[in-house]
Design a protein around this ligand. Structure first.
Ligand SMILES: Nc1ncnc2c1ncn2[C@@H]1O[C@H](COP(=O)(O)OP(=O)(O)OP(=O)(O)O)[C@@H](O)[C@H]1O
Length: 321
């Protein structure tokens, strides 16, 4: 991997007043040109990690460990002003809800122009041409008309395309897409995922794609980080982990992926039980209460992370290299 754009080293995050950390001892790196998929059920800490990567945790949150963007610690070394600059220029996001991501009282064309930071010294006509080209790339019909419209005049699917165009125009060093299709219907979701797959060719920085959908990871990501109840249980290349998942939670997620079920069935499989609440975390392995393979030892002691290859690791007592 090239020098990491973002490196997390033993990161734990606790919200103010919370009984325990929402994210515990998470480490991984993302390099230029790489797309990392972060997966896990609801409550596993995906959005908490995304907020931390943007320096947008609620004030009073406690972060321990290192979270470095191009070698600089987001929490130790940067002032609020520097963080704001970073968010505006080097780190872009595609949010779950595109309505909240765009300014309701500014025309789309003007908003997109603001995003293309690196082109502001170019003539206006050149900037406009670049925006039009990008709107075509995200397959928006009538891009010239769209530029004159306000967000409330557009549907969620169209606005999400505008958000993707904004992210591409910004040419960020780090793009964070936080479940960008959650608020959309299935057809629009498929279209947006197709556009994201194409956009991958254009993006030169690193991308973090947050999802609960393994088939999205398979399609769009190079590497995967599987989170469970705030802990990183498995990480590796998508090719390795999806072919040979080693952690029982990763296996269970894959077994529940509708895209992988070969026999027609009226009921989709689910993982029994629920993600433990923050104040009810098991003392041993975090997944033990739901794990079909658990043995007594799993209840007694939390597993360490086992390296399984140059870039794959899993935190499970039952895993052997
Ligand atoms: N602002 C907050 N204040 C206190 N606790 C929070 C806050 N946001 C999230 N949490 C808690 O942190 C834990 C992780 O939540 P988080 O939203 O990061 O998970 P997630 O994997 O993104 O879930 P989802 O897929 O539902 O968005 C949960 O226990 C949640 O209740």
């Amino acid at each position: 991997m090239s020098a990491p754009v973002l490196a997390l080293d033993d990161v734990s995050i606790r919200y103010p007043g919370a009984p325990a950390a929402a994210v515990r001892n998470v480490s991984f790196e993302i390099g230029t040109g790489e797309t990392l998929g972060i997966v896990g059920e609801s409550g596993s800490g995906k959005s908490t990690l995304a907020a931390a990567m943007m320096g947008l945790l609620p004030s009073g949150s406690t972060v321990t460990g290192g979270l470095r963007f191009e070698g600089r610690d987001l929490f130790g070394q940067m002032t609020e002003r520097e963080l704001r600059q970073l968010r505006g220029r080097d780190i872009a996001t595609i949010a779950q809800d595109p309505f909240t991501a765009l300014n309701p009282v500014m025309k789309i064309g003007r908003q997109l122009d603001i995003f293309q930071h690196w082109y502001h010294d170019r003539p206006r006509a050149e900037r406009k041409a670049r925006i039009l080209k990008m709107l075509e790339q995200v397959r928006l019909s009538d891009p010239g008309v769209r530029m004159q419209q306000y967000p409330h005049q557009l549907s969620g699917g169209i606005l999400q395309r505008v958000s993707i165009a904004a992210a591409l125009l910004a040419e960020p060093k780090l793009l964070i897409a936080d479940e960008p299709t959650t608020a959309l219907d299935a057809t629009t979701e498929a279209q947006i995922l197709g556009i994201m797959a194409e956009a991958k060719e254009t993006l030169r920085g690193a991308t973090v794609f947050i999802t609960h959908d393994m088939s999205v990871v398979e399609r769009l990501c190079d590497r995967i980080a599987v989170l469970y109840a705030g802990e990183l249980v498995e990480t590796g290349t998508v090719a390795e982990v999806l072919k040979d998942p080693r952690h029982p939670y990763t296996k269970a997620l894959l077994e529940c992926d509708p895209a992988r079920i070969e026999e027609p069935t009226s009921e989709l499989p689910t993982i029994g039980g629920t993600v433990p609440a923050l104040d009810d975390r098991p003392a041993g392995c975090i997944f033990e209460p739901r794990c079909p393979s658990a043995v007594a030892h799993c209840r007694a002691e939390a597993p360490k992370r086992h390296d399984l290859g140059p870039r794959q690791s899993a935190a499970c007592h039952l895993v052997t290299p």
